[in-house]
Ligand binder design. Structure first.
Ligand code: KIV
Ligand code: ZN
Length: 499
């Protein structure tokens, strides 16, 4: 029979310990509601004794959510537990998460105590918390580096004292997956009353193994996983919710577990956490990174277009994304170009496609990525196609704050070559003057507008100009990754309209 894995989300507590991620109560409530929508089982809402803000957040989250357990963190100290109990009193399903260090490093250097005294303090904390709420989770901090024999004794005693859940954290992200799994197995083999509580795992990502360690914990008996959205958290972060959930979901063939997570809410939750906390998601982040479903090489694009499964193990719709993305770059082939054009409603025959592909490659060599707007522009330029009387062959411009802006141009006007150079207020002004010299006329510029065609510093610039000639306005447009070149093209385009 399939077994449920409880999802304990600590984005709002451990996740908020990410440097610079401080949230106010209103922001935390918004995120808590999204976590409830996502289907997490437990929300760790904060550490009530740590600040009035954290206290208030636990109160408000407790009032705002209904179908989920709300948990407050404490140390194994009565004052902490009282404060957590007070913060949790409005909530339907309260849990106190109390605990103390289990490793000798922590016992000796953090608490300057002994194993016996620490054990006693842990037991007392559970008994005290149990008077406030039924649901008490105990954490054995730094269990990853703790002696297994002592850890087993601690787990036994806190369960006897009333803990409903026992959390085995790899606080410093120290363990290897096999080693962490062995630790959980050891507890199942040596703690007599272990079936009276749920064993939870809480892994940190210092060696990049948080997800692997968490799954190894599950494979050895843990039934609750402590995770954060986007893997945010103290130092290198916590286990990421989306990785564990999607690993269990995707490899159903390997595992016998399920979660109640509504996977289609993963991407909205990830984006919400990133934007509210102001922490960008690394592009190659599994499941939620911008590139997680993007295909950029020609071979991969062709493969995905033939059948998505060729290069994707998850349908992006499962995690709430629209579709796989075909990213057009200099490595893309004609199949990807045709596909993208199709999405934009542009149908080309093979000859037209071949012609456009050349221009596409030229542009892609200058730009990292070709966006929809770039494509529309390329197609537009190609369709205009009628011969121009004035052609820009070369332009060279120098500008800066320490020299006189200068531009030199070479034009072909009705099959004859002209060259000129000029100085101006800036590179564009100098270029327009040099063009004026070549055409032997000075035109009145009445409109000048620059916009970025797409995004990024390598985006193409679109320059629109209007020139007055014989009391009439003539518009011109020029597009290029270089703004001065785009401006010169637009100026010449406008002149071509009436010359
Ligand atoms: O990493 C850790 O050990 C913790 C505990 C407070 C649960 O965050
Ligand atoms: Zn932690």
């Amino acid at each position: 029979m399939k077994q449920k894995i409880y999802i304990f989300d600590t984005t709002l507590r451990d996740g908020e310990q990410t440097p610079g991620a401080k949230l106010n109560t209103a922001q935390k409530v918004i995120l808590a509601k999204q976590l409830e929508k996502l289907g997490v089982d437990i929300i760790e809402a904060g550490f009530p004794i740590s600040s009035p803000g954290d206290f208030q957040s636990v109160v408000e989250i407790g009032k705002a959510v209904k179908d989920v357990v709300v948990c407050g963190l404490t140390r194994a100290i009565k004052g902490d537990i009282d404060r957590a109990a007070e913060a949790l009193k409005y909530c339907k399903h309260p849990r106190i998460h109390t605990g103390i260090g289990a490793s000798d490093v922590h016992i000796e250097f953090k608490f300057k105590s002994t194993r016996e005294k620490i054990l006693e303090q842990g037991i007392e904390a559970v008994k005290y918390a149990k008077k406030c709420v039924d649901d008490v989770e105990f954490y054995a901090e730094d269990a990853g580096r703790a002696d297994n024999g002592f850890l087993a004794k601690m787990v036994y005693e806190v369960i006897k004292a009333g803990a409903t859940v026992v959390n085995i954290p790899d606080t410093t992200g120290y363990c290897f997956p096999e080693e962490f799994g062995e630790k959980i197995k050891y507890l199942f083999n040596h703690v007599e009353n272990i079936d009276k509580a749920i064993i939870s795992v809480h892994c940190h990502n210092d060696l990049g193994m948080a997800t692997a360690n968490t799954l190894s914990g599950v494979a050895n008996g843990a039934r609750q996983v402590e995770v954060t959205i986007n893997g945010i958290g103290e130092r290198a972060g916590n286990t990421s919710l989306e990785e564990v959930v999607m690993a269990l979901y995707t490899r159903k063939d390997k595992t016998d577990y399920f979660t109640d997570i509504k996977t289609a809410e993963i991407s909205p939750a990830s984006k919400m956490v990133s934007s509210i906390m102001g922490i960008p998601i690394q592009p190659n982040k599994a499941i939620v990174g911008a590139n997680a479903f993007a295909h950029s090489s020609g071979i991969h694009q062709d493969g995905v277009l033939k059948r998505r499964e060729n290069y994707e193990i998850i349908d992006p719709k499962t995690v709430g994304l629209d579709a796989s993305q075909i990213i057009l770059t200099a490595r893309s082939g004609r199949a990807a170009l045709r596909h993208k054009l199709g999405e934009l409603g542009i149908e080309l025959n093979q000859d037209e496609l071949n012609g456009l592909y050349e221009d596409f490659l030229n542009l892609a060599d200058r730009k990292k990525e070709i966006y929809d707007e770039d494509l529309r522009m390329l197609v537009g330029e190609k369709q205009e196609g009628k011969p121009q009387k004035i052609k820009l062959d070369l332009i060279h411009a120098i500008s800066g704050n320490q020299n006189l802006p200068t531009a030199s141009v070479k034009l072909t006007i009705l099959d004859k070559e002209y060259e000129s150079a000029a100085t101006g207020d800036g590179g564009i002004d100098a270029a327009f003057k040099a063009i004026d010299h070549c055409v032997k006329k000075k035109y009145k510029l009445t409109e000048f507008m620059i916009t970025a065609v797409s995004v990024g510093t390598d985006a193409q610039a679109r320059v629109n100009v209007a020139i007055e000639y014989n009391k009439e306005l003539f518009w011109g447009v020029g597009i290029d990754t270089d703004t001065v070149v785009a401006a010169a093209k637009s100026y010449i385009d406008a002149i071509n309209k009436f010359i």
